[in-house]
Ligand binder design. Structure first.
Ligand SMILES: C[S@@+](CC[C@H](N)C(=O)[O-])C[C@H]1O[C@@H](n2cnc3c(N)ncnc32)[C@H](O)[C@@H]1O
Length: 198
């Protein structure tokens, strides 16, 4: 079975058993197979790269990450992936873990993955604002893929307060994920010609 088909099947089983009201609380909607393949297809990896550090912020069941791994393994260029998935809905962590475990056992790429259950935005407040106590070398990634939660939040929400430079009034969590993604992306100048048109 193809990697992405496996994850889609498992995700559909999860959707059948998890009430929409609970998923909505986290802005949890899953990307379709077609859209995931389209998004994964947008990445162009420099030809001298054989190892990649990849971030999926708000990973859900891992659909987007796995679409990207599936694309990369058909190209036979990348031999190792260091993957970080943020996901703070405890209901879906077991599924994400099972899916990533299955995929890493069935991929011809060596995939080391880490699931972070922290809030993607607030867990980086020190680094993002360069506050005293921040890690002086914040973590950066070669490729970032994601379908962030679409959710309006209050101007006093912890996520809004964590990113004051991009918040005017009540923001949408979607935008904050995108801005934090830019912060987490390796610089093109420092690392060659990445073309992640996401
Ligand atoms: C729109 S869903 C997308 C799921 C998956 N990436 C996909 O494309 O199918 C957004 C995901 O982000 C998670 N999420 C919401 N707020 C988050 C936060 N502050 N930190 C980490 N994950 C979060 C939700 O639980 C949900 O699984």
């Amino acid at each position: 079975m193809k990697l992405l088909d496996y994850v889609i099947t498992k995700t559909n089983e999860y959707i059948e058993n998890m009430p929409k009201s609970l998923r909505k609380r986290y802005g949890q909607f899953f990307t379709s197979k077609e859209t995931a393949l389209f998004m994964a297809g947008l990445f162009v990896v420099p030809s001298d790269k054989h190892s990649l550090k990849i971030l999926d912020a708000g990973a859900g069941s891992g659909i987007l990450t796995v679409a990207l791994i599936e694309k990369l393994q058909t190209q036979n260029q990348i031999s190792h992936i260091e993957l970080v998935c943020y996901e703070n809905d405890t209901n879906i962590i077991t599924l994400l873990e099972d899916n990533l475990n299955w995929v890493s056992n069935h991929s011809n790429i060596d995939v080391d993955y880490e699931i972070r259950t922290e809030n993607y935005i607030t867990s980086q407040v020190f680094e993002y604002n360069n506050w005293l106590g921040a890690n002086p070398t914040p973590e950066k990634f070669d490729l970032i893929i994601g379908n962030p939660p679409y959710m309006k939040i209050g101007k006093d929400a912890p996520e809004a307060k964590a990113m004051p430079d991009v918040c005017y009034g009540a923001p949408n969590l979607y935008f904050l994920f995108t801005a934090m993604g830019v912060f987490n992306l390796k610089s093109r100048l420092a690392h060659g010609s990445y073309n992640s048109r996401f």
